[in-house]
Design a binder for this molecule. Sequence first.
Ligand code: FAD
Length: 391
Amino acid sequence: MQKFDVVVIGAGGAGMMCAIHAGRRGRKVALVDHATVIGRKILISGGGRCNFTNLYAGPDNYVSSNPHFAKSALSRFSPGDFIEMVENHQIAYHEKKLGQLFCDGSAQQIVDLLVHESEKAGVAFFKGRVVKEVVKDDGFLIHTNSETFSCQSLVIATGGLSIPQIGATGFGYSIAQQFDIKVVETAPALDGFNFGSADLSKFKELTGVSVDSIVSVKKVAFRENILFTHTGLSGPASLQASLYWKKGDPIAINIAPDIDPVAYFNERFADGSNKEVKNILAEIIPRRLAEILCQMENIKGNISELSEVKMRSLTSKLEDWQITPTGTVGYRKAEVTRGGIDTNALSSTTMEVKKVPGLYFIGEVVDVTGQLGGYNFQWAWASGHAAGLAV
Ligand SMILES: Cc1cc2nc3c(=O)[nH]c(=O)nc-3n(C[C@H](O)[C@H](O)[C@H](O)COP(=O)(O)OP(=O)(O)OC[C@H]3O[C@@H](n4cnc5c(N)ncnc54)[C@H](O)[C@@H]3O)c2cc1C
């Protein structure tokens, strides 16, 4: 039997951050993971450069059944706190856009930082351990494929269901079920949209076309690129929208966000240039998209031949193209899992389960999901820090 004060299951960003802060407080900490490579999600994040935080991260950047839950943890561990750790490790970084901070070099530097700080805080790593059973006694017993751990505080930091290919599991949700803790329905998010066959038959020639757009779902709107794919839509603006999307919701796309399309066409009527409509469109959107739009609207010929009705229909496609996706691509591609451990069950200060003293949930397994752009790591750091000070 291996005795520890704290066992953290899941050595991702949240788990390591919790272990570091608990270890610094003198707690004897074990980090247990079924993977043999530490921090694989970090390694693949941000295209291999890890978008490790966002300068503007705040509660409004997160989706949760309780939008206030994340406030306490986020306010006690800010983007500046993580930046300080990055700078202390001489990791060069840059702001790519919109407050998103990336390593200049590689995401491996962030993993190395976390492993180094964990080891400095005396944390013991147990890799390749498959947890067979968790038993509650005075504290907790964790039976694995190779040894049994006992601890007073047990932290579940096993993340969500996204990218099962690199070891994501529903372990955290099973533990919630074991202790009768509610789980808010989970869904893949920060994910591409799939379209039905009728829409795809129109768009398939657009695969690979990217355009600056505003994508809206209900009242939430994001302006960044969209990318047409062979199954639907991807690109940052659609990934962002997927966080707010539920099955049956239409999405609205404005593919010419800097232009008032009606005014634009009226000006082109007035200037008498009498060009082909698709060429006029190609001045403001990618040519392939202009051609497909004209095909869809059955518009041929010059602007002088464009009826008022067709012009209205075309301009409404430009600024408010409504499509109802059939779904998202799914967990094998989604960056995160929306939903998770119901925040009503947890203390927002410590992440401890109110009705099971000593049991904690942190990171992505909790029903707090960030937008694209470094917010999810900031939640992993902040929730890990909050629990690390309490376990
Ligand atoms: C492709 C991709 C790119 C991303 N890029 C970014 C980005 O640039 N910026 C950003 O903010 N967010 C990004 N994210 C999201 C971010 O990676 C996650 O939100 C974050 O890693 C969650 O941290 P976590 O510690 O809660 O969980 P994870 O990082 O998923 O860690 C969970 C750990 O638990 C272990 N585990 C799982 N099940 C078990 C089990 N049964 N037994 C033992 N161990 C188990 C896993 O092996 C893993 O080590 C990206 C996600 C993906 C998929």
